[in-house]
Design a binder for this molecule. Structure first.
Ligand SMILES: Cc1cc2nc3c(=O)[nH]c(=O)nc-3n(C[C@H](O)[C@H](O)[C@H](O)COP(=O)(O)OP(=O)(O)OC[C@H]3O[C@@H](n4cnc5c(N)ncnc54)[C@H](O)[C@@H]3O)c2cc1C
Length: 330
């Protein structure tokens, strides 16, 4: 029997109303680059299924020997054109506020909570996971509550889980700056709450990377902020990104990390080598930003991979700098 069929049969998942599953689901429609082949199995537990269903999928995949990939909103990930040969566990149905304490300003967001719905729905092209379920987003929650702390992320596509995993950063702040603790299912399928320890975090680095863990929720420390000021800051960040061309084409934001030892941002290094506009198939170094590669139309994951390696090699040859990719190739 086919492994996926066996997985479905043994887990009773197809009959379970707390999880959506699809066989051979095209991953291009779940990523902001709009590329990638099909997932052998795509599974999205909903609010009812929650952490128990996430754990069940993890366990069943392990027993079956199937690889699992956790997918947030696909804003920093490139799946191969051959797709993913195991289970893609989509967090999009597990969203919202778990707890909020007004006095301390402590809030717990579920992993699949979107960062900023406004920007994803206003983009002219598909911006990641189609939303079968109504889900709230961080920016609307902050505005409803009148609390600030995470508004610097306004305009960035992604989910709470993905942003914590990547330690998302912009406007000189990282998501780790406001983090209190992270709830996970670890590589041995144990549930744990990991307190924030500054020493384990760094620039675009979190202690969860490449360890096969599932972030189920994250707790942040917020502070009271007047709603008008909150909204003004969010709008300013969205407008700045719009001006910088972030929403013009499908992409995954910055391709390479900045290395402060180089003394210049990576985008500037690439600009100075005249690589804007360099292309391979449908993938192109954005004509408006050296550190963004865009899907200018019909790009494949292989085009993107080729162009990323080509830019890195050119930079290495001319400047001697070894660029490190930020986007995750799966
Ligand atoms: C236009 C644009 C602008 C961007 N600007 C910025 C920016 O300013 N700063 C920045 O840092 N990034 C930026 N990004 C990249 C992206 O928005 C962030 O990295 C975001 O945090 C990714 O979240 P996601 O849910 O889409 O993660 P995904 O792309 O779905 O996943 C990224 C990685 O996280 C893992 N992951 C996701 N969720 C979980 C979970 N619950 N548990 C365990 N692992 C998980 C995945 O397996 C994968 O390895 C930008 C992207 C775009 C398209």
């Amino acid at each position: 029997m086919d492994t996926i069929e066996e997985f479905l049969k043994n887990s009773n998942i197809p009959a379970n109303p707390s999880i959506a599953v699809r066989i051979h689901e095209p991953l291009a429609k779940h990523t902001t680059f709009n590329v990638g082949g099909a997932a052998a199995l795509w599974a999205r537990p909903n609010q009812k299924g929650g952490v128990d269903m996430i754990a069940a999928v993890f366990q069943r995949s392990r027993l079956q020997g199937l690889p699992v990939c956790v997918l947030g909103r696909g804003a920093n990930i490139v799946f191969s054109d051959d797709g993913f040969p195991g289970v893609v566990l989509d967090t999009g149905g597990w969203s919202g506020v778990e707890t909020f304490d007004q006095e301390s300003g402590r809030i717990v967001f579920r992993a699949g909570t979107r960062i900023d719905r406004a920007v994803e729905t206003s983009a002219k092209h598909s911006f990641g996971a189609p939303d079968e379920e109504a889900s709230c987003d961080v920016m609307s929650v902050l505005l409803d509550l009148g609390y600030g702390g995470l508004e610097f992320l306004a305009g960035m596509p992604g989910s709470i889980g993905g942003a914590v995993y990547m330690n998302a950063r912009c406007y000189d702040q990282s998501i780790a700056d406001r983090l209190v603790s992270v709830a996970i299912i670890d590589e041995r399928l144990r549930h744990a709450t990991v307190p924030f320890r500054a020493a384990e975090w760094g620039y675009k680095k979190s202690p969860f990377q490449n360890r096969g863990m599932f972030i189920t929720a994250a707790e942040f420390s917020l502070y009271k902020k007047e709603k008008g000021a909150l909204l003004a800051d969010m709008e300013a960040h969205r407008a700045d990104r719009e001006r910088k061309g972030h929403y013009r084409f499908p992409s995954a934001g910055s391709v390479f990390k900045n290395n402060h030892a180089f003394g210049i941002p990576t985008g500037k290094i690439i600009d100075e080598l005249g690589l804007r506009g360099l292309s391979r198939g449908g993938a192109m170094v954005a004509p408006f930003h050296g550190n963004i590669i865009v899907n200018a139309g019909g790009a494949t994951a292989a085009d993107i991979r080729f162009l990323v390696d080509d830019v890195a090699q050119r930079v290495k040859k001319s400047m001697g700098f070894e660029l490190e990719t930020e986007i995750v190739f799966m």
